[in-house]
Design a protein around this ligand. Structure first.
Ligand code: CTP
Ligand code: MG
Length: 216
């Protein structure tokens, strides 16, 4: 679980993983969501080195199923660090701490799809907005056909060996993990995501999360 970002856009005065939602850190909600899904055994959390003690305190009720490692400069550095701490899993999920309201049904769909033989699985939503491609000045070049677009969420699920290969040879950084698998030329499958799996990025998103957390 990459949780080492600074949360600049949220501007909470603390790294985003430690911003509070109904009194508990986002990290606590996100880890609890995974462990409570019934199909995740262990979680490796990547946080900034200076936040490891804070993370351990935030997760002290699930300590035996959580390992905390030091993340890196970019999200992919953090995922790589967490992946190095996963030694004995056949299936690995990569899940953003910032998507802390993840419904268990999405986690199960992703795991089921990997178990069914899909080696890279991404939960997605249809694109409901009209999307414009623009030039450097903001002038519209074209309207993209949104019927073929999907918005990618996490957790993204992988055959562990494939994800390791993607991180070893996929090259450079990516904003999600499936992209590194795509660069290998391997197939990436989609399953239905969920609006509650949205990423908390801005104060508006946190307000939305406060409003919907606890709702069925
Ligand atoms: N992340 C990480 N290590 C980084 C950067 C990001 O583990 N070096 C994690 C974040 O903690 C978050 C997820 O990747 O759970 C998605 O990143 P993002 O939403 O961009 O979070 P931040 O980088 O914290 O936010 P911002 O870009 O606004 O600073
Ligand atoms: Mg970021």
């Amino acid at each position: 679980m990459p949780a080492a970002g600074r949360g600049v856009r949220l501007g909470a005065g603390t790294p985003k993983a430690f911003a509070r939602l109904h009194g508990r850190p986002l990290l606590w909600h996100a880890v609890g969501g995974l462990l409570g899904s019934g199909c995740v055994d262990r979680v490796v959390v990547a946080v900034a080195g200076s936040d490891r003690v804070l993370a351990a305190t935030a997760l002290d009720d699930v300590t035996e199923r959580v390992r905390i490692v030091t993340g890196g400069t970019e999200r992919s550095d953090s995922v790589r660090a967490a992946l190095e701490a996963v030694t004995d899993a056949d299936i690995v999920l990569v899940h953003d701490a910032a998507r802390c309201l993840i419904p268990p049904s999405v986690i199960r769909s992703v795991v089921d799809a990997v178990r069914a033989g899909h080696r890279a699985v991404v939960p997605v939503l249809p694109c409901s907005d009209t999307v414009k491609q623009v030039d450097d000045h903001g002038t519209v070049i074209t309207t993209v056909d949104r019927a073929v677009l999907r918005v990618a969420q996490t957790p993204q699920g992988f055959d562990a060996d494939l994800l390791r290969r993607a991180y070893a040879t996929g090259g450079g950084h990516a904003t999600d993990d499936a992209e590194l698998v795509e660069r290998l030329g391997e197939a990436v499958t989609t399953v239905a995501g969920h609006p509650r799996a949205f990423k908390i990025t801005t104060p508006f998103d946190l307000a939305v999360a406060e409003a919907v957390a606890g709702a069925p």
